[in-house]
Design a protein around this ligand. Structure first.
Ligand SMILES: [Zn+2]
Length: 408
């Protein structure tokens, strides 16, 4: 599929970095260049361009004029500062060509298509410049208010709403069809497919995340005069807790991913023993029970260890993000298509966030992975072989064809 590879190369040139990667942050002039090129590709293929208020872009193929329904495929054109050439872009460009291919097939078999089809570029999937991530798809799904999305700040005083207006992508032509299903093709951000020598990953859902933030309370005291035995050092207890998390993960030995990645220290002065420290911990695994059990065991352990050195702990936040499930019927369809095409398929869960997970809150959504070399992403060395990209594209085309032609 030379056309797909050429398109990926053309988009990789926009925001290309010297090390072979891509830096194309949301609503920057480089994002505008990529959007402009995508818009030209949409128009050049006789698809109807649509841009909604949060800058989500669509290229619509009207396959069944009497139907209000539409199936959507797509991904995102924005990147991380140290992005690669495939994350997001692959799903948008393969989606663009797949919509064209399905339309050609529909034209060759009049009356077969029962609904319409569109390719989408969702705004600010990465969340590198504006947080939260998955912004455009969350507004589309109705789980994030448009005004809240506009108000997201980039840390330099620019809001997403203003930045979109500045590049001319605060649109006024939303999709007027009734969204029925969503399918996203993406490179796996992990190495499961490569290790299993599988062609296609059919994604059933995402990992569960437990975000625990713990407050350690001791006493502030002067480093010089305070005897060691009289100290209640909150930072010392926090240090033990950070190590305890890694130790619990190692003991459990079931593939949990965890971190302690943010800390605040009071008074944060070089010669004052810390009186109050807050640490943000995360525990992730595909099995909810594993996450809950490990989190509870960790909390019990650090409470005991902190009290042994005179520090009290309290839980400032304990947020459990349940493992979202993607559409089971879509999963079966993708697995069936890949098998019909003679490809080896692995059913797996995604560790990372994707627009499909946000859109699942509104309509049944599916996520298809292709292998990524060494599991690298958000990295200039991110790489998927051309033949592997083509296999994903073939599965996408057939999946979309079955979705637009399915009865009922
Ligand atoms: Zn992505």
């Amino acid at each position: 599929m030379t056309e797909l590879h050429d398109l990926i190369a053309a988009f990789a040139a926009i925001g290309a970095t010297a090390d072979g990667g891509v830096c194309r942050l949301t609503a920057t002039p480089l994002d505008k260049d990529a959007r402009d090129l995508f818009l030209r590709e949409i128009a050049g293929r006789d698809l109807l361009p649509r841009i909604d208020a949060i800058g989500n872009m669509f290229g619509v193929a009207v396959l069944a004029p009497a139907s209000k329904e539409i199936v959507i495929t797509g991904s995102h054109l924005d990147s991380q500062p140290t992005g690669g050439r495939y994350d997001g872009v692959y799903g948008v460009l393969a989606g663009l060509l797949a919509v064209q291919a399905v339309r050609d097939r529909a034209l060759a078999s009049p009356g077969k298509a029962r609904r319409n089809l569109a390719v989408a570029n969702w705004t600010n999937e990465e969340g590198a410049r504006f947080q939260p991530s998955l912004t455009g798809s969350s507004v589309f799904a109705g789980s994030l208010l448009l005004q809240q999305a506009y108000a997201c700040d980039d840390g330099d005083g620019v809001t997403l709403g203003d930045a979109l207006a500045a590049i001319g992508y605060r649109g006024a032509s939303p999709l007027t069809f009734e969204p029925l299903r969503y399918v996203e093709l993406h490179v796996e951000q992990g190495d499961h497919l490569e290790r299993e020598a599988a062609d296609i990953g059919a994604v059933s859902g995402a990992w569960m995340t437990r975000k625990i933030s713990v407050m350690f309370e001791g006493d502030v005291s002067h480093t010089g005069p305070t005897p060691m035995g009289r100290r209640r050092d909150a930072l010392r207890a926090a240090a033990r807790a950070i190590e305890a998390l890694y130790s619990e993960v190692e003991l459990a030995n079931v593939g949990v991913h965890a971190s302690a990645a943010k800390i605040s220290v009071f008074p944060n002065s070089p010669n004052v023993v810390a009186g109050r420290v807050r640490v943000w911990f995360e525990v992730r695994h595909e099995d909810e029970a594993v996450v809950l059990t490990l989190g509870d065991r960790f909390l019990a352990r650090i409470k005991q260890e902190a009290s042994a050195i005179g520090v009290d702990i309290s839980i400032a936040a304990d947020e459990r993000r349940a493992a979202p499930t993607l559409d089971p019927a879509g999963l079966e369809l993708v697995r069936g298509v890949a098998s019909d095409l003679g490809m080896k398929t692995l059913t797996l869960k995604t560790v990372t966030g994707h627009d499909a997970l946000a859109i699942q809150k509104r309509i049944p959504s599916s996520l298809i992975f292709v292998p990524s070399k060494d599991g690298l992403s958000h990295n200039p060395r991110e790489f998927t072989a051309p033949e592997a990209l083509d296999k994903g594209y073939e599965v996408l085309v057939e999946t979309l064809w079955r979705m637009v032609t399915a009865e009922g």
